[in-house]
Design a protein around this ligand. Sequence first.
Ligand SMILES: C[S@@+](CC[C@H](N)C(=O)[O-])C[C@H]1O[C@@H](n2cnc3c(N)ncnc32)[C@H](O)[C@@H]1O
Length: 346
Amino acid sequence: MTAHLSSPFHLLCSRPGGEELLQQELEATYGIFSNIAAAGMVQLEGHHLPEDALIFEWQRLPHARFYPLQKGESVPEALTAAVWQFFGEQPSPWAVHQLAVEDEDTGGSSRLEGIVRELIRKGHQLHPGIKKWERKPEKLFKGNKGMILQCACTTKGFLFSVAAPDQLTSSVPGGRARMKMDSRAPSRSFLKIEEAFVRMAHEPQEDQTVIDLGAAPGGWSFAFAKRGCQVTSIDNGPLKIEDACIRRIEHLHRDGLTYQLAKLQPPVDWLVGDMLVPPGKVLGLLRYWVDGKHCRNLVMNIKLPQTNPLPALKPVLKWMERHPGLQVRQFYHDRREVTVFGKIAE
Ligand SMILES: C[S@@+](CC[C@H](N)C(=O)[O-])C[C@H]1O[C@@H](n2cnc3c(N)ncnc32)[C@H](O)[C@@H]1O
């Protein structure tokens, strides 16, 4: 019945175009070779899936299966059976994440939606009990229970994986943590810091102190000021914030690489940085601000060099081994950059 179904394999999602970086990271860190399965999807060779999320990983599809499907072909019984057999005899709460595969002629998301609709309709016939176990994905991630069915369409067929929420590395489909733009924000960089707050599960609070290195035109500073924080924005360029919250911002025309707190000044609640400087310079900042315990929370963006980005990041990763509370990830809103973030241990 499942003659067309592939054997299981692990897939990791990255930003489309970032597959090679993810492949290099897999090989350099874990000795795992991989292939590009589709835009933004890397298929691991072998059966080892690293436990920790990789820097360039947005999401993972553990024990994924592939079913070849022609364009326009209706969903075969064998595929329905293959998908629902993973839920076993006992129904449990489940939800679907539909993953977009970019720049492939797959017929767009409407084809995937059609297939998923059909799968679910047939699933209801096959297992009359499963309908009442269908949930909103957020609910399952919140309680860490049930199963997430991840699905995607490629030009060659249909991909799916069934896994518990805690086996995944993001609670949003494909790890595409799209933030909502605020029309008052002066730059789209605003979305990056908003994503950092979500990933840290930790929002800045009113009256907290913030230092923003490389602040202009002011997207990050605005995100803090609109929440009532007291922000010091360091940049020689102009801030373009027109909102009244600008009164909470002090703009200093200084060099963010050498700016330091006055002697005996208490740590700031947030140190954030988004400067176009090489990773080695960022490491110097991390040493001063984090090792010196001059901040309580950190969000530091690192721009990747065009050539050999991984070796350039290595010293930062080595330094991070001493700071297990910090993470480094490529955000959905990051471009050729990664972000180090987290709470600093007291
Ligand atoms: C990507 S932009 C920052 C965008 C900002 N986070 C926002 O949300 O609008 C980088 C900024 O870093 C600033 N910059 C680069 N090197 C700097 C330095 N050594 N000191 C201070 N600012 C610097 C640039 O002037 C530029 O405004």
